[in-house]
Design a binder for this molecule. Structure first.
Ligand code: MEV
Length: 330
């Protein structure tokens, strides 16, 4: 066993297909440069799993019976730490080291509950750091599966798109029943991310769509069919570097998400600010209900759009290409 292991995994933006992907439609997703870092170390006291997060200012211990005891912060952090605990237990059991105590420290620059896949990135980096500490050499597919299993415990019906892109990186076409297809995109895809600052729970938004699907199956199915067609055309536009088409398709995808009731006032405000400032397209990204929007600029108007989103009340950062998936840091 190593004395310490550190791994990282990237955040993501969804270019096309959030929500539809839960129902086995395709999503196009891109890893961005914000990363979650996880450090794993053995502990002297056996069977205790301690999890810490710098950003949340919280830590707690899971006892051998799986009970959560807060150290810093209250019991409200248990659901945030539970996927890490599930992954740790699973890896310890796979390695035959069930009695080992571990300390897992999360250090992430990904905004939480903002639609950028922070919990999946933490889960993927945890699986990688813990397995590497135990010198297990898991494949990417195995890391993805461990992170996805853990997400299933805490989210309503997750599609797996978030742990997939955090694991493999790049730009992916993801379909639940089929897995990933890496897209070779030569063009730089400049993306401006605007954070509404409104936190939301992915599961609640997923439940909202499933409720609508139950009440209006034919309508919601045809909205999802349209979403699927947009994603397919989006893949072509990405490959040929056709930014104008990409932007128009993003706008159409956003309109479909509005029809499903997952946008809100603040999202609309940031999107219209971006479009008025000349964005080729803009949409919410992730589950909606708050979280982030993405805008596609032309080279000449990156600054104008950035300022417009900021003036409308959003926190902004710019990302220009797809980033590497999970990696060991040391
Ligand atoms: C993923 O970031 C957002 C949703 O599509 C849920 C999922 O795919 O699990 C809304």
């Amino acid at each position: 066993m190593k004395p310490l292991s550190r791994a990282s995994a990237p955040a993501k933006i969804i270019l096309f297909g959030e929500h539809f992907v839960v129902y086995d439609r395709p999503a196009v997703v891109m890893a961005i440069e914000r990363r979650a870092y996880v450090t794993a170390k053995p502990r002297a006291d056996n069977r205790i799993i301690v999890v810490k997060s710098r950003e949340m200012g919280a830590s707690g211990a899971f006892t051998p019976s799986g009970e959560y005891q807060p150290i810093e912060g209250g019991l409200e952090f248990e659901p945030k730490f539970k996927p890490i605990y599930i992954i740790t237990k699973r890896i310890l059991s796979l390695s035959g080291e069930e009695t080992l105590g571990l300390e897992i420290e999360v250090d992430s620059s990904i905004p939480i509950a903002a639609g950028l896949g922070s919990s999946a990135a933490v889960a993927v980096a945890s699986a990688s750091a813990i397995s590497s500490l135990l010198e297990m050499r898991l494949s990417r597919d195995e890391i993805f599966r461990l992170a996805f299993e853990a997400e299933r415990f805490v989210h309503v019906n997750p599609s797996g798109v978030d742990p997939a892109v955090s694991t493999y990186g790049g730009i992916l076409l993801y379909r639940r029943g089929e897995g990933i297809r890496r897209l070779d995109v030569e063009a730089e895809i400049p993306i401006i991310v605007g954070d509404t600052g409104v936190k939301r729970v992915t599961g609640e938004m997923v439940s909202r769509v499933s409720d609508l699907l139950m009440r209006y199956p034919t309508v919601v199915e045809s909205i999802m069919d349209a979403g699927e067609n947009i994603a397919k055309l989006g893949v072509e536009a990405l490959k040929s570097g056709d930014m104008r088409t990409l932007g128009e398709l993003m706008n159409m995808n956003h309109a479909l998400l509005c029809a499903l009731g997952v946008s809100n006032d603040m999202i609309e405000r940031l999107i219209s600010a971006a479009r008025r400032a000349g964005a080729l397209g803009a949409k919410l990204t992730g589950a909606g209900g708050g979280g982030c929007i993405i805008a596609l600029p032309e080279k000449s108007n990156v600054q104008g759009i950035t300022e417009a989103i900021r003036n409308a009340g959003g926190e902004v950062f710019v990302t220009a290409k797809a980033f590497e998936g999970v990696r060991i840091e040391e």
